[in-house]
Design a protein around this ligand. Structure first.
Ligand code: NDP
Ligand code: 2IT
Length: 446
């Protein structure tokens, strides 16, 4: 990055957010691609949009005490970062994972601003979470944690103010407990969370949305470059919500998904992953992916997550967590003939990995665009809740598909307009930024 103004804003971000490398990484990536915007739009510099957009509007950090099954008091730390409300109420998921601290929540909240803007729906950016680990906890413990978490959070959120949802460690079970406690405390039945159960205001296709949306975006990107999923070998990391439904859609589009993983290791099934079994292991039994080989002895299980990127494939869809593909793994993917990486997870590629993609002319679908289908369908859930109505699976799925096609078009045209054709990362950052920036400028210095 050469622009002196952007460099000075980035310096301030580094000083204000010490010890938060993930947040600095996310801001740096966005700023690097916004250099041509700074040159073309001095009015946005004048309005202080760049200085303002990197500072969250509000950050809430709170104690989450709860009692475990042994009667012992446990204490976790809760976060909600309300990053930007220029184009709509704050919106973004809640991550429950031991690695959560303010740097993780801030990077995710910052990314969410641009992602939500790309969906074309009126949603601002936010993220929340806790260092609570749902793994190995009983349903009762998870419920008591969620109730305690919401007992503080309820005063900061609301259907027209801030609408949380799922993310790592937060699925239908957790959203149900959080919703129940919010309703009890506020005595209102509103769409304060998305990803709700279908019996209490959830949208059909929200469960599938991130994985399906990832494949819709990727298929569009492939098509624009004379390629498609059909007949291709695909490696997908993770085996949670995003990975499972990406596997389902990629398979429906004619690809063969040969690997999935969790934080312990990965399975390689050259015949194609048996998704019904994975759903049973992960969604029903909440067990480890290594269980897979017990009933599929022809498949291989390897300890450690990184090795999954050494499996030869045409298309890689990282759907686990941040920085899971480093420069070394990216180089192995490229050497093995992988021509497309499209991101279901948030910021799964390190800056070095992204350099490798571009150096090898690989198609790169950046997270902000490629995984926006989840939050887009959350936006559709909010619309249905406001209308007190619900749409069929087919209606929601068709809307999701249309949104993902439009997101690809927006990335493609911004990349061309700003002189970086084919760089969908730059296109996503620029297109996502411009809408929010115009709104921030119009609303004055707030
Ligand atoms: P889940 O909790 O359902 O699944 C997460 C998966 O990733 C699990 O297989 C988990 O393995 C693995 N994983 C998590 N942390 C790590 C880690 N540190 N190292 C290796 N593997 C890890 O979460 P989701 O599927 O919802 O989320 C996956 C990614 O997609 C995240 O980056 C999330 O931010 C992003 N995303 C999610 C959306 C959604 O709607 N849910 C929307 C857009 C993006 P294990 O079980 O061993 O922890
Ligand atoms: O990262 C994300 O976009 C999500 N976890 C989904 C957020 C949402 O509000 O549906």
């Amino acid at each position: 990055m050469k622009n002196a103004y952007l460099l000075s804003v980035l310096e301030t971000v580094k000083k204000r957010n010490p010890g938060e490398p993930e947040f600095i990484q996310a801001v740096t990536e966005v700023f690097e691609t916004l250099e041509p915007v700074v040159e073309k739009r001095p009015d946005l510099v004048e309005a202080g949009v760049f200085d303002r957009i990197v500072e969250p509007e509000r950050q809430i950090i709170f104690r989450v005490p709860w009692v475990d099954d042994q009667g012992k008091v446990q204490v976790n730390r809760g976060f909600r970062v309300q990053f930007n409300s220029a184009i709509g109420p704050y919106k973004g998921g809640i991550r429950l994972h031991p690695s959560v601290y303010s740097g993780i929540i801030k990077f995710l909240g910052f990314e969410q601003i641009f992602k939500n803007s790309l969906t074309s729906l009126p949603m601002g950016g936010a993220k929340g979470g806790s260092d609570f680990d749902p793994k190995g906890k009983s349903d009762g413990e998870v419920m008591r944690f969620c109730q305690s978490f919401m007992t503080e959070l309820y005063r900061h959120v609301g259907a027209d103010c801030d609408v949380p949802a799922g993310d790592i460690g937060t699925g239908a079970r957790e959203i149900g407990y959080l919703f129940g406690q919010y309703k009890r405390l506020q005595n209102v039945f509103t769409g304060v969370l998305t990803g709700k159960g279908l019996t209490f205001g959830g949208s059909l296709a929200r469960t599938e949305a991130t994985g399906f949306g990832l494949c819709y975006f990727t298929e569009e990107m492939l098509k624009a470059n004379g390629k498609c999923f059909a007949g291709k070998t695909v490696v997908i990391s993770g085996s949670g919500n995003v990975a499972i439904y990406a596997t389902k859609k990629a398979t429906e589009l004619g690809a063969k998904v040969v690997a999935l993983s969790d934080s312990n290791g990965y399975v390689y099934d050259k015949n194609g992953i048996d998704l019904a079994l994975v759903k049973q292991i992960k969604e029903v039994e909440r067990k480890r992916i290594k269980e897979y080989v017990k009933t599929h002895p022809e498949a291989e299980y390897h300890e450690g997550c990184k090795g999954i990127w050494t499996i030869p494939c045409d298309i890689a869809l990282p759907c686990a967590t941040q920085n899971e593909i480093d420069g070394e793994s990216a180089a192995i993917l490229a050497k093995n003939g992988c021509f497309c990486v499209s991101e279901g997870a948030n910021m799964p590629s390190t800056p070095e990995a992204i350099e490798v993609y571009f150096a090898n002319n690989m198609l790169y679908g950046p997270a902000k665009a490629a995984n926006a289908g989840g939050v887009a369908t959350s936006g559709l859930e909010m619309s249905q809740n406001s209308q007190r109505y619900s749409w069929s699976f087919e209606e929601v799925d068709a809307k999701l598909h249309g949104i993902m096609v439009n997101i690809f078009k927006a990335c493609d045209s911004a990349s061309k307009e700003y002189g970086m054709p084919g760089n969908y990362m730059a296109g996503a950052n620029i297109a996502g930024f411009l809408k929010v920036a115009e709104a921030m400028k119009a609303q004055g210095c707030v």
